[in-house]
Design a protein around this ligand. Structure first.
Ligand code: ARG
Length: 575
């Protein structure tokens, strides 16, 4: 392990045990980056109270007990330990990370099976911006876990079933299969739904047909099922276009929509009823997980079969959680879904625990996704109040990126490739850089800016390093050092890069890609200072300095590119 904070923590803990006894070996030395040194440890303050000794005295005892320590320690103020790492230690650790194809990122042992439920648009409506974030955040989590050696099972829990399909199929018959497929493939799902809805509300004969169609669909009638497939296949082809444009790793093999659970629902209900976990209440079959009450203090039900015998969202989720634990053998299940569904998931998890379907060894977590807002601070809508089509939004980002790079003299093909990477990178990075549960304002100007914590800025940083290597006429993989640190700017950059591995692990463990963004942003900022202070290719730079700086550039580039790849942000060669 190379992360200085972790290395120092271990060493100070050893010193604590040595100075004050083994019972102190697990105390957190509270090591934090500091403005006075590389790090500061504050443990002497809290420990002094417990030991009833002066903090400064405790700090001095810790300092005296430090051995095999890769830096110098100074006791300051009332008892802070100011830690400055040795340049030689940073140099050799940086050298090690540079030589490590995994750049200091470990592998989780034993590896886990992580089921990630994400994207999950509803087929009865167009895929809209709300699903953009669940798609992008979920995909980054999938990439992170895979990189760490976990087995990732993606589950795209499509909304592909329910009563609206009666009217949708009837509308499909009215306009003809061919026209319907054309519309759905073009992403006009919302218009399609609205046209069906208007007829449903205003035309009694249509309404009647739609109702009958729901029943024939539920009974599995082959003709109706065929029509349902026509509808779904066209819709999924559209979703796939969006995924492809975004560079999202979901494929058809990951489709696990609500309809997939139909054959399991009856048994789900029966088993819950037999075990006593579910009871009939007002004619409906309900699970009452402990600890959930409504405003009237009455226990809140999770309705798994309605009084008319129909199944709903909760029925499917109970079947799904059992399937994920039992059949997919999940160790961890992540539900990357809007935060407005928090109560639903808390109840599903509690219901599954009380039914014995979710053992304590398996964790189920709702990775809450905050709402996407417009610049006005309200839910993101078009001017006329419609929800915004995802494709339109993505196209706008690409158009703006095209405009931003139009004066750079690229031929058309290169330009469109770069614009796509920049546009999609901007949208994805903007989604990822804010903590997933906060609301988030969609602002094209900000996300496409070439400075600040944005996708284009990170892409630009890597492109800039690439251009150094082009000018030096060497391959980044040939820049092997040795790394020698002289200037404070290169020292700061090298020191920072040592934490990449533990940062990736934390981002995955805590489902927080935004921490990786913050790390990469810090990397780019340190890189910029490095550029200002440390010439690389200037003729007066001594050869060993040039070799070292090129190696540091190569390491920085590898970290940026790997990090961006784990976020799913594309990296254009030039910009
Ligand atoms: N289709 C749902 C929606 O758009 C999200 C499904 C999330 N996953 C789940 N297992 N319930 O709201």
């Amino acid at each position: 392990m190379t992360d200085p904070q972790i290395v120092l923590t271990e060493r100070v803990q050893q010193a604590l045990a040595h100075a004050f006894g083994p019972e102190h070996a697990d105390a957190d030395p509270l090591i934090r980056p500091s403005q006075f040194a590389d790090f500061q440890a504050n443990v002497a303050m809290s420990l002094a109270k417990r030991l009833r000794r002066a903090p400064r005295e405790v700090a001095e005892a810790i300092e005296g007990a430090l051995s095999d320590f890769p830096g110098t320690v100074e006791v300051s103020g009332p008892g802070f330990l100011n830690i400055t790492l040795d340049d030689s230690w940073i140099e050799s650790e940086a050298q090690r990370v540079l030589a490590d194809p995994r750049l200091g990122v470990g592998s989780i042992t034993p590896s886990q099976t992580v089921v990630i439920d994400y994207s999950a648009p509803n087929a009865a409506k167009e895929m809209h911006v709300g699903h953009l974030r669940t798609t992008i955040v979920g995909d980054s989590l999938a990439r992170l876990h895979e990189h760490l050696g976990n087995t990732v099972i993606r589950q795209n829990h499509l909304g592909d079933w329910g009563t609206p399909f009666g009217m949708l199929i009837e509308h499909l018959l009215d306009i003809g299969e061919e026209t319907a497929v054309e519309q759905l493939e073009a992403g006009m799902g919302t218009e399609f739904y609205q046209a069906a809805r208007v007829k449903f509300d205003g035309d009694d004969a249509f309404k009647q047909r739609a109702r009958v169609r729901v029943t024939t669909l539920q009974s599995g009638d082959p003709d109706t099922m065929r029509l349902w497939h026509v509808f779904m296949d066209a819709t999924v082809r559209y979703f796939n276009k969006v995924y492809q444009l975004l560079g999202v790793t979901l494929t058809d093999a990951d489709l696990a929509g609500e309809s997939m659970y139909n054959p399991m629902l009856q048994k789900t209900c029966d088993d819950l009823e037999v075990s006593g976990a579910a009871v009939i209440s007002d004619g409906a079959l309900c699970v009452f997980p402990p600890g959930f009450t409504g405003s009237d203090d009455k226990p809140l039900p999770l309705i798994i079969r309605k009084s008319d015998g129909g199944y709903g969202y909760a029925s499917t989720d109970m079947a799904a959680i059992r399937y994920r634990v039992h059949d997919l053998k999940a160790d961890r299940i992540l539900y990357v879904v809007g935060s407005e569904q928090a109560l639903h998931f808390r109840m599903v998890f509690a219901g599954a625990r009380m039914s014995g379907w979710l053992p304590d060894t398996v964790s189920a977590e709702h990775v809450q996704i905050g709402m996407m807002l417009g610049k006005d601070g309200r839910r993101f809508k078009t001017r006329s109040g419609e929800s915004v089509k995802l494709m339109d939004l993505l196209q706008e980002a690409i158009d703006r990126a095209t405009a931003a790079i139009s004066d750079r003299g690229y031929d058309e093909a290169t330009k469109s490739e770069i614009a796509r990477a920049v546009g999609m990178g901007a949208v994805k990075y903007a989604d990822l850089s804010v903590s997933h549960d906060s609301e988030y304002v969609l602002d094209f100007d900000r996300m496409l800016a070439f400075t600040g914590n944005t996708g284009p800025y990170m892409q630009y940083a890597t492109a800039r390093i690439r251009s150094i290597f082009r000018r030096a006429d060497i391959e980044p993989s040939d820049a092997k050092g040795p790394i020698l640190l002289g200037d404070p700017a290169e020292r700061a950059l090298a020191l920072h890069l040592l934490s990449f591995g533990s940062l990736v692990e934390q981002a995955a463990e805590q489902s927080e890609p935004h921490r990786l963004c913050a790390f990469l942003y810090e990397t780019s900022s340190l890189l910029s200072t490095f550029y200002e202070q440390c010439p690389v290719l200037r003729p007066d730079v001594p050869p060993e300095t040039r070799t070292s700086r090129l190696a540091l550039c190569a390491l920085t580039m590898a970290v940026l590119e790997t990090g961006l790849d784990l976020l799913g942000v594309p990296v254009p060669e030039r910009m």
